[in-house]
Design a protein around this ligand. Structure first.
Ligand SMILES: Nc1ncnc2c1ncn2[C@@H]1O[C@H](COP(=O)(O)OP(=O)(O)OP(=O)(O)O)[C@@H](O)[C@H]1O
Ligand SMILES: [Mg+2]
Length: 160
């Protein structure tokens, strides 16, 4: 008997992908979350799933705008990959100031943003998504990777 073992590159290949580069202008925050949710719509998500993704993207992009590039304008790189089985991987990357201590930054209520910020962005991303990973190099930038599995739903053909 011959068993075909899939190579890891075959297993991990996305079935669809999009890339987006935007300036870190606050006007682009709503564009980013709308663009990502429009792309994810092909998986037929629930309104709740879309709302979760929009919120998480919004938090990550806002962090690039207010922390990574602070008083300057830089580029935000967004990559969304869709895998079979409904898994969506969203990567949001900046080349800004970076994070010195990632575990501390991810603690709920920790902020370097003063009284204007609640320190809850990472906590929100963690609770609204199924996975969150943060990588950062001080002075070089930060990459936030999030994933969510969009549950398959039974489609009913009304009137059929
Ligand atoms: N892309 C980033 N570049 C540099 N520092 C970041 C970045 N994202 C987060 N941080 C750091 O991590 C801290 C925590 O981020 P988090 O989003 O949890 O809270 P916040 O942005 O301070 O407040 P909130 O999101 O509630 O408005 C920030 O205060 C900042 O110091
Ligand atoms: Mg934040």
């Amino acid at each position: 008997m011959k068993i075909k073992v899939k190579k890891s590159s075959e297993v991990k290949k996305p079935i669809n992908e999009m890339r987006l580069v935007i300036s870190s202008s606050s006007a682009n925050e709503s564009f980013a979350r709308t663009a990502v949710s429009a792309f994810v719509a092909q998986l037929d998500p629930t309104i709740e799933e879309i709302a979760d993704i929009k919120t998480a993207v919004s938090e990550a992009v806002t962090n690039c705008i207010v922390h990574a590039y602070r008083n300057t304008i830089g580029q935000i790189y967004i990559n969304v990959r869709v895998f079979s089985g409904g898994r969506v991987c969203i990567r949001i990357r900046d080349t800004g100031c970076g994070i010195e201590n990632i575990p501390q930054a991810m603690e709920p209520l920790f902020t370097t943003g003063g009284s204007e910020r609640a320190g809850l962005g990472f906590a929100v991303m963690e609770s609204f998504m199924d996975g969150l990973k943060v990588r950062s190099n001080l002075g070089k930038g930060t990459t936030v990777s999030m994933e969510k599995v969009i549950a398959r739903r039974i489609k009913y053909n009304v009137g059929a």
